[in-house]
Design a protein around this ligand. Structure first.
Ligand code: ATP
Ligand code: MG
Ligand code: MG
Length: 355
């Protein structure tokens, strides 16, 4: 077979499509709306993620399926998996997209997390605050990204305000919110691994990640010495997680570097913004290895191609300076082809490589 199906039309889908195209595969995107990924793909089907008939018709036209984000129901991925190789499979999605499962599985592999309580309503939030104390962070359990769906609580008297701030969420089954104790970290980093169908994994060097306003600003490799001292342990956790899930493809785990060692924050069952540096900075990028894994091909080497590399996101109107970036030697510019530079929107990134 030679067509890769991708659910999602954002920039991650776009960069996956470009990697697949380089390997000679055709790409077919399925998404509710045509986005940047569609610009580089041969085919596009517009459809909702909760429309089984449309999803099955899409599956019939491709040879393998993957997804670029977590807004798909795990049951849809399981159904697609019965028709075509769909990777990663629904378990990875089910665990990684729901913060309660994520924390429980972190404990199962023996990784530390922030102290946490699942929260179902304002009164259970108050109980959780009594137990965990302040400062704390209230998060929705589903669909949060770029720090959206979160409220910081420094005083228990602010619990009602925080509950409203995250939208007073409800869920038919499961917990709509989670309260986390504030972790005192000195840095943040991520572990990006890719596991193949044969069960072998590769792990890239860990990037140090800087966030601004809850949004990733930069990823830098190599990370500082104090982070590197925790990287081996964190990488072992990420590989253990991928193995336990039977994950196929890229799995990204975010960690806090603390005085007590690495603390697991969250994971994504997919390629990740903190891995964009791998396009120029590693022998094989996260996108290419994900495509290879999904298609059942051997994984490529992940060694660094230079001495150091930094990825900087271009957010909102930061993208206006793109012309100047082209004049900088060693700067590799990636624009996602989005028209509307809204504040907080990821418009592109630039990678600076030092040989
Ligand atoms: P992403 O875009 O990475 O998916 P997200 O919206 O899922 O982000 P988190 O990664 O959970 O959110 O949190 C965003 C940022 O907020 C973290 O990178 C970290 O800087 C801070 N943060 C989150 N949880 C905690 C915590 N328990 N203690 C301290 N800081 C935290
Ligand atoms: Mg997240
Ligand atoms: Mg995060």
């Amino acid at each position: 077979g030679s067509t890769l199906g991708i659910l999602g039309s954002g920039q991650l889908g776009r960069m996956l499509a470009m990697a697949a195209a380089q390997l000679g595969y055709r790409v077919h995107i399925y998404a509710p709306e045509s986005g940047p990924a569609c610009d580089v793909s041969a085919a596009f089907t517009q459809g909702d993620y909760d429309d089984p008939a449309a999803l099955f018709a899409f599956a019939d036209q491709v040879d393998a399926i993957t997804f670029e984000f977590e807004n798909v129901e795990p049951v849809a991925i399981a159904q697609l998996g019965a028709r075509r190789p769909t990777r990663p499979h629904s378990l990875s999605l089910d665990i990684a997209r729901y913060r309660v499962n994520e924390k429980e599985w972190a404990a199962r592999i023996g990784a530390q997390t922030a102290p946490w309580r699942a929260v179902s309503n304002l009164s259970s939030l108050k109980t959780a605050l009594d137990e965990i104390g302040t400062p704390a962070i209230l998060k929705t359990t589903l669909f949060g990204y770029d720090g959206k769906g979160q409220a910081r609580i420094s005083d228990p008297a602010d619990s009602a305000k925080a509950w409203e701030e995250i939208g007073s969420p409800t869920l038919e089954s499961g917990f709509p919110a989670i309260l986390e104790g504030h972790v005192r970290f000195f840095a943040e980093f991520s572990v990006i691994v890719c596991r193949g169908v044969d069960g072998s994994s590769v792990a890239w060097d860990v990037p140090e990640n800087l966030h601004r306003n809850g949004i990733l600003a930069t990823s830098t490799v190599p990370a500082r010495e104090a982070i590197l001292a925790q990287a081996e342990k964190a990488t072992a956790y990420a590989i253990a997680m991928a193995d336990k899930l039977g994950h196929v493809g890229v799995l990204t785990c975010e960690f806090f570097a603390t005085a007590d060692g690495p603390v697991f924050n969250e994971m994504a069952p997919r390629v990740h913004n903190s891995g964009h540096w791998t396009i120029e900075g590693a022998e094989t990028s996260q996108f290419e290895n994900h495509v290879r894994a999904v298609l059942g091909l051997p994984l490529g080497p992940v060694e660094l191609t230079g001495a150091s590399v930094e990825m900087q996101n271009l957010i909102g109107d930061e993208v206006d300076a793109w012309h100047d970036l082209l004049a900088q030697p060693g700067a590799h510019l990636h624009l996602y082809g989005k028209n509307d530079a809204r504040p907080g929107r990821k418009m592109g990134h630039v990678t600076r490589l030092r040989r």
